[in-house]
Design a protein around this ligand. Structure first.
Ligand SMILES: Cc1cc2nc3c(=O)[nH]c(=O)nc-3n(C[C@H](O)[C@H](O)[C@H](O)COP(=O)(O)OP(=O)(O)OC[C@H]3O[C@@H](n4cnc5c(N)ncnc54)[C@H](O)[C@@H]3O)c2cc1C
Length: 566
């Protein structure tokens, strides 16, 4: 790839070159961290340090879209969840995917690049966050992207459509409709239509329901990955006011007596097992910005004394501010596999959807929350979420299930897009420097289990449509036709559910403090000064989409807020 050399441009600072203070210190050079670093350093008078635990990965495999699921163990954290006793015995401990590399999740993800329905983001606004609905985010979805129009012959053959208005023309991330498709895709499409799924011009204009062409974060000119490093970092790597330090871990944010953040403590990654390792302090003259992802942002806050008081007491961490929401409200998209359409619950389960949604709405709101959600604020926040989610489940223009389809006749991923169970990410109280304890609490709320069982049944209905059955003659390999009774379907769901689609979110939520929120509408952490969160942790409700596109929009909006442009 000689033509791609520029994509790997870098100016890695050596530890000895690091200055003692910067205007902004960004924790994490992953996806959101690089967006904010780029935008803040546009002003040459402003100095920015990014501290990233991972390293640059200059392997061309990163860019090669055929290597999308290559072995990335060297660019990931290696951890598993706590046992989830509500799941099948062999399925309780699950891996927790999280990137550790410059570019973060955007460097290793599957390059699905879609947005949730307008209703998903409007729910953020309805939780008490003016400016954070779909219309408030749309300018940032546009700013972060460039749409690459597919070849006309391809578009005609596959009837591919899109809405140019909702993408940018010069945004850093290339969004394309991938023009290499199996011809049999058309038959899968027809099968969905037989069941009443509606074709949309686009899913990214707020209409993410029914059938539509989703974009991928792929630069179609070179058929390579377009990600935060190529789009946001490489073009500005030479800026002298932007330092990126790799292979270092931020331990804590430091505060003065007035709870004003003063900077960070950090140590080199190769010293983290050494109890006597040298700790380096860096001052932040203006702000410390957390972009460490939904897994580590709550851990760093808790380690710094910002989090649930009882947890911090157990861990012997001196309390700066009691914020029960740090590490709570954790959401991901669980998936059950039966070996893209975004389907409203009414389509997945025409006979039962009203009763499913109503039975969820009639639950006592605190009934299925994790035991650690003792704070009244967390319960109040979930009660408000329950009303919004319940009514979204009843809507016909919002989806409860995602089924991406490729047209190769198999492999249906059934992803629950509106999980109602809530998990936690907390520091390990016996060692806050070990990896955090992740409890997805998948199916903690029986409403998620009920929807997963309906998803299995829907897959069978789809296989039996005239077009799909006659084109593919599908044979169900898993869970298998013998799994028919409600009891067996429930067991299959518990035994096979995958807790994550690598969409960890919500652990430092954008919500009013009295609803268990952690950051305000300017993404400032409640109760302290000079700390913001700009990553996937702030999403108060997980949108019904893969998260990358929303992370770019949130980080772009965050950068404007920090610069004082609203
Ligand atoms: C395997 C995988 C597949 C995915 N597939 C898709 C997909 O196909 N489509 C899609 O839309 N989304 C996908 N996602 C989700 C999406 O990529 C993420 O939601 C998004 O990248 C998260 O961005 P972020 O900025 O919140 O965190 P990240 O990009 O994870 O950035 C956090 C960074 O902080 C660093 N860090 C953490 N702790 C510290 C510390 N103490 N000190 C210094 N640095 C630290 C980490 O090393 C990391 O680089 C996938 C994610 C993964 C992991």
């Amino acid at each position: 790839y000689p033509q791609l050399q520029n994509e790997f441009k870098q100016r890695a600072v050596k530890p000895s070159e690091i200055k003692g203070s910067y205007d902004y210190v960004i924790i994490g050079g992953g996806q959101s961290g690089l967006v904010v670093a780029n935008r803040l350093s546009e002003d040459p008078k402003v100095s920015v340090l990014v501290v990233e635990y991972g390293y640059f990965d200059d392997s061309y495999d990163v860019l090669d879209i055929q290597k999308v699921f290559r072995d990335t163990t060297h660019t990931k954290y290696n951890l598993t969840s706590v046992p989830q006793t509500q799941l099948g015995e062999a399925n309780q401990v699950q891996s927790v995917p999280a990137a550790a590399v410059v570019g973060g999740g955007s460097a290793i993800n599957g390059m699905f690049f879609n947005r949730g329905a307008a209703d998903d983001y409007d729910n953020w606004e309805k939780l008490g966050n003016p400016g954070w609905g779909f219309n408030g985010l749309l300018p940032y979805f546009i700013k972060s992207t460039t749409l690459q129009i597919p070849d006309a012959a391809f578009a005609k053959e596959f009837n591919a459509t899109w809405d140019e208005k909702v993408y940018g023309k010069n945004g850093p991330i290339q969004a394309s409709i991938y023009p290499v498709q199996y011809p049999a895709l058309k038959s899968v499409w027809t099968g969905f239509e037989e069941l009443g799924a509606e074709r949309q011009k686009s899913g990214d204009d707020g209409n993410a329901h029914g059938l539509f062409w989703a974009t991928r974060s792929i630069d179609d000119r070179t058929r390579t990955r377009s990600y935060a490093r190529t789009g946001y970092y490489a073009p500005v790597a030479e800026r002298k006011n932007l330092d990126l330090l790799t292979g270092w871990r931020v331990n804590t944010i430091t505060f003065d007596k007035k709870k004003q953040a003063t900077g960070i403590n950090m140590q080199s990654r190769d010293s983290i097992t050494d109890a006597k390792a040298k700790i380096t302090s860096i001052k932040a003259r203006k702000e410390v910005i957390l972009a460490a992802g939904a897994l580590h942002t709550p851990q760093i806050l808790q380690r710094s004394g910002v989090g649930p008081a009882s947890l911090l007491q157990k861990a012997n961490v001196p309390l700066v501010i009691d914020l029960p929401g740090v590490g709570a409200n954790m959401q991901d998209h669980p998936q059950v596999t039966m070996i893209v359409a975004l389907l409203p619950l009414s389509l997945v389960s025409p006979a039962n959807y009203t009763s499913l949604a109503k039975s969820y709405l009639s639950q006592s709101s605190a009934a299925y929350l994790p035991a650690s959600y003792s704070a009244a604020t967390l319960k109040a926040g979930y009660a408000k979420q329950q009303k919004l989610l319940g009514s979204s489940l009843l809507r016909k223009d919002n989806a409860a299930l995602e089924m991406p389809f490729a047209g190769n006749g198999g492999y249906y991923l059934l992803m629950l897009t509106k999980p109602v169970s809530r998990g936690t990410i907390n520091i390990n109280t016996s060692n806050p420097y070990a990896e955090p304890l992740v409890d997805f609490n998948t199916f903690g709320n029986p409403a998620d289990l009920a929807i997963a069982m309906e998803a299995f049944k829907f897959g069978r209905v789809l296989h039996n449509t005239k077009t799909i059955s006659s084109t593919f003659h599908p044979v169900e390999l898993a869970p298998g036709a013998q799994v028919a009774s409600e009891k067996d379907l429930e067991k299959a769901a518990r035994d096979t559910v995958v807790s994550t689609t690598a969409h960890l979110s919500g652990t430092a939520s954008l919500m009013p403090r009295e609803l268990g929120g952690v950051v305000d509408t300017e993404l400032k952490v409640y109760g302290v000064k000079g700390v913001r969160v700009v990553d996937a942790s702030v999403m108060p409700l997980i949108p019904g989409a893969h998260l990358c596109s929303t992370v770019y929009a949130v980080a772009e909006k965050a950068a404007d807020l920090i610069k004082g442009r609203k």
